[in-house]
Structure formats: structure tokens, C-alpha cells
Design a protein around this ligand. Structure first.
Ligand SMILES: C[S@@+](CC[C@H](N)C(=O)[O-])C[C@H]1O[C@@H](n2cnc3c(N)ncnc32)[C@H](O)[C@@H]1O
Length: 292
């Protein structure tokens, strides 16, 4: 990615477009905007997937080349949608989407103008997203503020707060598909900002890869690792699920739940390719504690 737009964010948008094309009673969610972020072969794939036979072909091509990644993205999207909905129902009035890529929750779940949404990403991906949404919908949603920032730089809180994020307010922060690209220092500074800026009881929903994957030798890693590295976004950070409670606890967070996408998708018999969903890819939710 260096200097360019995120390719992994486009792959995620493709997987969401495919899931959205499934019949209403079968799909895990509907993201009607996902398609507008795609070009070339990815756009063609999404178009083909709109009918049953085309979808079968596209899924089998994608699943052969990226085993497990499509169903894993679909189930993580659904888990995080549900977590965001319940955080809003429980009183969150701000949402920060960190490394937002082509996440469209602000449009799909946060269209209530009373919910303030802050989307943070590196400038090239964010600019591309804004241009595509503008072309698709004719205007950008007023309750969404775009905050260009690189999480590897110091001072994540300042641009968010200058953009209007209110400290001490019940909030939900989404950090999906991002931690694995950061350094331990960048992960710590982001968590530190979340726990200091958000009211106690605020939620952080995030995905991470099991650090055991990074500790395996290159050739014994699954195809995903090489694929994301090839597009300039190598996995470099992971967490140990066995010590996640402690990791979060010492940083002012209490773990609410933590599940691998393989476990989460076992209950979704209609999702093809689910037997390849990885154990190493995990989704978790934590709550900001009062005693920090
Ligand atoms: C796999 S995509 C996930 C996008 C989005 N969260 C989603 O799930 O649809 C990874 C995202 O993280 C962003 N990202 C990676 N490194 C980043 C950094 N250092 N600072 C800010 N954003 C970053 C990329 O630009 C990209 O949008």
C-alpha cells in the first residue's frame, strides 16, 4: 500500500458485495455501497455474483485463491454490526471507526443524525472512499466526519478531538481488520486514547490475528499471509487469545467476548467455504472500565 490506497480494503468490499448479493433470508447483512468501491476484475466479480450461478462461480474462484477469507470477512462484519447496534441501543452517541477503509456502517447503521461518526484512515484510501460515495449517493452524510491520520504516527487523539470527538462521552469504537498492520506502539497509543477519551462503559470492537500465526515459519502460514504481504500490507502484529484478558485489563479494558471466525461461522450452515474459515482470525469486544 505505501503511498497508495489500501488493496485489502477493496478485497473486503468485494467479499461484502458478494455476501450482499445473496437472497435476503440467507445473507448475514446487506451492504448496498460495497460495490461502488470496486474496479476492474473485482467489479466484474461483484456483478457476476448478482445471480445464483455467477455467484457460485465467483465464490469458488475466490475461495480457491483466498481460502477462508470471504466467509471470515462476512461473519466478522455481522458480529461487528450486531455489536455496534447494541452499543448504540445501550447509549453510545459517538462512533469512531479506526482504519475505516470501505466500512459503510455510518450509512447502514448510523444514519441517525444524532449519532456522530468519525472515520479515520490514511488519506489516499479515505479520499477514494469519499469520491466513490459522493459519486454513488450525490452527497456525503452530514453526521460523518472524515479524519485523515496514519495510526503509525504519534498523537491519534488530537485530530479526532479537533474534528469534534467529545471526550468523556459514551462511544463505540470499531477497529476492524487493522491491528495486524500496526506496531505494538501504535496499538498501545490507540488503546490509550480509547480508554482516556471515551466514557466508562464505552465499547471497543476489534479484530486481531492470533500471534501464534506470526510465530509459525513462512511456508507453514496460510495463503492469506503471503497475499496481504504481496499487496504491501503484511501482517505484523498479533495477540494471544489465552492472555487477551490480561492484555486488555492492564490497559483499562474489560473483555466482553472473543471468538474466532471459524467458531462464529459454525452456526451459519448456508455460508459456503465456511469449513476453511480460519481459527487464527478473531473478533472481540471490550468495555472501557471505570478503574483506569
Ligand atoms: C483490511 S482493511 C479494513 C478496512 C475496514 N476496517 C473494513 O473492515 O472494511 C485495512 C484498513 O486499515 C487501514 N490502515 C492500515 N494501516 C493504517 C494506518 N497505519 N493508519 C490508518 N489506517 C490504516 C487501511 O488504509 C485500510 O483501510
Amino acid at each position: 500500500m505505501p503511498g497508495g490506497t489500501s488493496k485489502t480494503a477493496e478485497y473486503v468490499a468485494l467479499f461484502r458485495a458478494i455476501e450482499s448479493s445473496r437472497p435476503e433470508e440467507e445473507r448475514l447483512f446487506s451492504d448496498p455501497y460495497a460495490d461502488c468501491f470496486l474496479d476492474g476484475k473485482l467489479k466484474l466479480g461483484a456483478r457476476l455474483a448478482r445471480n445464483r450461478i455467477g455467484r457460485r462461480l465467483v465464490c469458488s474462484y475466490v475461495d480457491r485463491n483466498w481460502p477462508g477469507s470471504r466467509p471470515s470477512v462476512s461473519v466478522r462484519t455481522r458480529l461487528i454490526d450486531d455489536a455496534v447496534r447494541s452499543a448504540i441501543a445501550d447509549g453510545a452517541i459517538q462512533m469512531a471507526i479506526l482504519g475505516a477503509g470501505y466500512d459503510t456502517r455510518a450509512h447502514r447503521l448510523g444514519a441517525d443524525p444524532a449519532l456522530k461518526v468519525f472515520e479515520l484512515d490514511q488519506p489516499p484510501t479515505q479520499e477514494r472512499k469519499k469520491a466513490r460515495l459522493l459519486a454513488q449517493t450525490g452527497s456525503l452524510q452530514e453526521n460523518v466526519t472524515y479524519v485523515p491520520f496514519d495510526l503509525l504516527d504519534e498523537g491519534v487523539g488530537k485530530p479526532l478531538e479537533m474534528a469534534g470527538f467529545k471526550r468523556g462521552t459514551p462511544s463505540v469504537c470499531v477497529w476492524e481488520g487493522v491491528l495486524s498492520y500496526l506496531t505494538p506502539e501504535a496499538v498501545d497509543q490507540t488503546i490509550e486514547w480509547v480508554t482516556s477519551a471515551c466514557a466508562s462503559g464505552s465499547r471497543l470492537v476489534f479484530t486481531y490475528i492470533d500471534v501464534a500465526l506470526l510465530e509459525r515459519g513462512g511456508s507453514s502460514q496460510p495463503p492469506w499471509s503471503a497475499q496481504v504481504a504481496r499487496v504491501g500490507e503484511p501482517f505484523r502484529f498479533g495477540l494471544d487469545p489465552d492472555t487477551l484478558d490480561d492484555f486488555l485489563g492492564t490497559r483499562g479494558l474489560r473483555k466482553c467476548w472473543d471468538v474466532s471466525t471459524a467458531e462464529a461461522i459454525r452456526d451459519e450452515p448456508l455460508i459456503t467455504g465456511r469449513s476453511d474459515a480460519p481459527d487464527f482470525y478473531r473478533v472481540a469486544e471490550a468495555e472501557v472500565t471505570a478503574d483506569r
